[in-house]
Design a protein around this ligand. Sequence first.
Ligand code: ARG
Length: 559
Amino acid sequence: MDYKKYISEKIKLDGVTQEEVYATIALPPNSEMGDYALPCFKFAKILRKSPISIAEELKNAYQTDGVVSEVSAVNGYLNFKVNKSGLAEGVIGRILKEGDRYGSSDTGVGKTICIDYSSVNIAKPFHIGHLSTTVIGGALYKIYKFLGYNVVGINHLGDYGTQFGKLISAYKRWGVREEVEKGGIHAINDLYVRFNNEADEAMQEEARENFRLIENGDKEANALFDWFKSLTLNYVKSIYDKLNITFDSYAGERFYTDKMQPVIDELREKNLLKESEGAQIVDLEPYGMPPCLILRSDGASLYATRDLAAALYRKKTYDFYKCLYVVAYQQNLHFKQIFKVLELMGKDWAKDLVHVAYGMVSLEDGAMSTRKGKVVWLEDVISKCIEKAYAVIDEKNPELENKKQTAETVGLGAVIFSALYNNKIKDIVFSYDKVLSFEGETSVYVQYTCARANSVLLKSGNLTFDYGNYAPNAQESEVVKELAAFPDALLNAAEKYEPSYVARYAVNLAQKYNKFYIDCKILTAEGDAKAFRLALTKATLQTLKNALSVLGIGVPEKM
Ligand code: ARG
């Protein structure tokens, strides 16, 4: 049973919807006060009453029953105590029944969400700076799917621009086919870096000419371009596989080559295009922004032009409910401009475009720069994290079978979780020791809790989970309430585009379970208490697995 729903349905407030009441009910920080609480502060303005008197009036009107046994009003909060065995039975029963679907819902049915994420640049390094967009986008993808949405994952490839002209020049000068084939993206990157270091004006001109050749459909230039593209994609796909990341479309910037002219025509028709120093722009001064550049004075299109074409294409193709762009906050202005231009074009759906911005990741030694050649490849961070995870596991549990596979699950989880645990807009400093700590707020801690729960269940043998009318104690009730909060964590994450809600939820649940594990004996308990504790253990394991799974993180059986 949904206790929040049950409680909210009995609360009537003029001018406040039932949904809003429902959404406002939360778990109080101090469970002595109650199991659920309704903070009345935000209703004060609408009702023109103090939160204290609102809570007081609601308390007087509320009829307690077998489900909600006690209601109190304290400092503007309305607190509820619920029948613990009923709560436990409802939640645990539901989790054991729904299994890996627990937390899923049909809120999104009939709605399509496009997520533009990872969006790598062809022939450029896939570096630590791409971690966040990849795993935040990947987590949102899975969360929305779990909530019933139709999700379209789009990798808006950076495959357009003069750098490909440079690359062709560099390859023709210094490249050896077999070496590039073997070295893949690293070899391509070396060529590119060398070109940037050595090119004089004549070589730059040659590179521009090579780019024009690609544009004009020259066979040889396009064959080289396609080759560079496939080498890059094979490489990034091997990393996506490890991180559990998938895409439904790889339509990148080049895909929009023939879709920009209609946008330019429409802008002109709507009198939005202006000439400025030979270039074509949309003036955004009235909105406090610099102009959005549409065509350079030499007629070339820009990043923004392709993004406008892409937005129109996505609307037409997917008829999205929302289209998210998981891109670093450095591009805040770019997206504000694009969204504004679409709004000025009269696209009422411009309001459904969302820039999901996130902060920067750097390493402890300060490294991350993409200055010529000095790049921290994501691949290297992943390998190193797996290696270190192996060392940690080997030290803790040298007898463990499958150490290699476990280290892989743990190491990958740690890399993913590091970019999902904090509020996404924060800059983060990646530390191997921190992300691999068994004690911190880490995926390792959550995975370890799962292994612990799993071992309890294995040792217990035959499980019946028949615990009669067992009344849970305080620690047990804490776990039960946290278990019941999982669906909300997912809904909140989806609403705020913030997978960190789910990551934090997993750590909270693990902490509460561990407190219970330390305070209450499980295997040596008897009768209903033992059956209940085993059921609680099983429900916790399932919920932690579900939470990690939507983040793209696996759970080893043993650790
Ligand atoms: N490739 C771009 C970059 O690395 C990100 C593209 C984001 N998506 C978009 N539709 N602009 O900066």
